[in-house]
Design a binder for this molecule. Structure first.
Ligand SMILES: [Zn+2]
Ligand SMILES: [Zn+2]
Length: 85
């Protein structure tokens, strides 16, 4: 019970759904995407990481070693728009 405006859990849930893939009736992402969302949100809200943020985000989401696939590029773009809105 707290009146503090802690939006982080909400942000995290939304981000994880974006990463996992949104679907009608789907309310939570899988554990793997939850972990990715945690890393991605931390990255995206870190002001010092403005340069090359998108490729890094895509990489975290894809779990690739520097070569994210097109689908994850798209997710990273969506995520960034959501987080920086
Ligand atoms: Zn998932
Ligand atoms: Zn990918």
């Amino acid at each position: 019970m707290s009146t503090v405006t802690d939006t982080r859990p909400v942000v995290l849930r939304e981000a994880s759904l974006t990463i996992c893939g949104r679907r009608e009736g789907k309310t939570r992402a899988c554990n793997s995407c939850l972990r990715k969302a945690d890393a991605a949100v931390r990255m995206a809200t870190e002001p010092s990481l403005n340069t090359a943020l998108l490729p890094r985000l895509a990489d975290v989401i894809c779990g690739s070693a520097g070569h994210p696939c097109p689908a994850c590029w798209e997710k990273a773009t969506t995520l960034l728009l959501e987080l920086r809105a």
